[in-house]
Design a protein around this ligand. Structure first.
Ligand SMILES: Cc1cc2nc3c(=O)[nH]c(=O)nc-3n(C[C@H](O)[C@H](O)[C@H](O)COP(=O)(O)O)c2cc1C
Length: 186
């Protein structure tokens, strides 16, 4: 019997027509066997204020509960000014607090990203990796899923049409599931 793997995915963009949300929708179309993928929208998570960290809003409670219930995490990040968007960092900060209550602790995680530039979120992804290491997560090293010139690879309906990008997303999911099963086996 294969261990069923549940993945929680979220994008670091609030934009309706987000290319990174499109990557997550593509992932939904190609989830491996014995795997579930749920997408969470980080819209509505307020700016983190440490004075209030012991009274988190419902949205943050829901986010943390879904992270905890998942075996693995999938993050689709845009690149903003060579780093990750503030909304993504903010959501991650919320889920890591208060001290000692880091919902991400010990989870496997895969990263992907789409940008309109030619490096396809490479710089943002390495910033994100740094935070994931501090959060005691286990990020996949490869495949690296970086979708440059996203406007040419994702159509007007928000569908990833580029075959290479689709294959990379599929491979990422497959390796994430293998990685998660390996780490769960003790
Ligand atoms: C504030 C801001 C900064 C940006 N900085 C970068 C950047 O450093 N590199 C890049 O490739 N694209 C950059 N972009 C363009 C994004 O790649 C583009 O907006 C992309 O569509 C964002 O992802 P989304 O479609 O998921 O929202 C930036 C966009 C914004 C709004």
């Amino acid at each position: 019997m294969m261990l069923k793997v549940s993945i929680l995915g979220f994008a670091g963009s609030l934009r309706k027509g987000s290319y990174n949300k499109a990557l997550l929708r593509a992932a939904l179309e190609m989830i491996p066997r014995d795997t579930e993928l749920e997408i969470f929208d980080i819209e509505g998570i307020p700016p983190f204020n440490r004075d209030l960290e012991n009274q988190p809003p419902e949205k943050v409670k829901e986010f943390k509960a879904k992270i905890r219930a998942a075996d693995a995490i999938l993050i689709a990040t845009p690149e903003y000014n060579y780093s990750i968007p503030g909304v993504l960092k903010n959501a991650i900060d919320h889920a890591s607090r208060p001290y000692g209550d880091n919902a991400f602790d010990g989870k496997t995680v895969a990263i992907m990203g789409a940008s309109v530039g030619i490096l396809g979120t490479a710089r943002a992804q390495y910033h994100l990796r740094q935070s994931l290491v501090f959060l005691n997560m286990y990020p996949l090293n490869r495949p690296e899923v970086m979708v440059p010139l996203a406007q040419e690879k994702i159509d007007q309906n928000g569908r990833v049409t580029d075959q290479k990008a689709r294959e990379k997303i599929k491979e990422l999911l497959e390796v994430l599931v293998i990685w998660t099963r390996k780490l769960k086996k003790d």
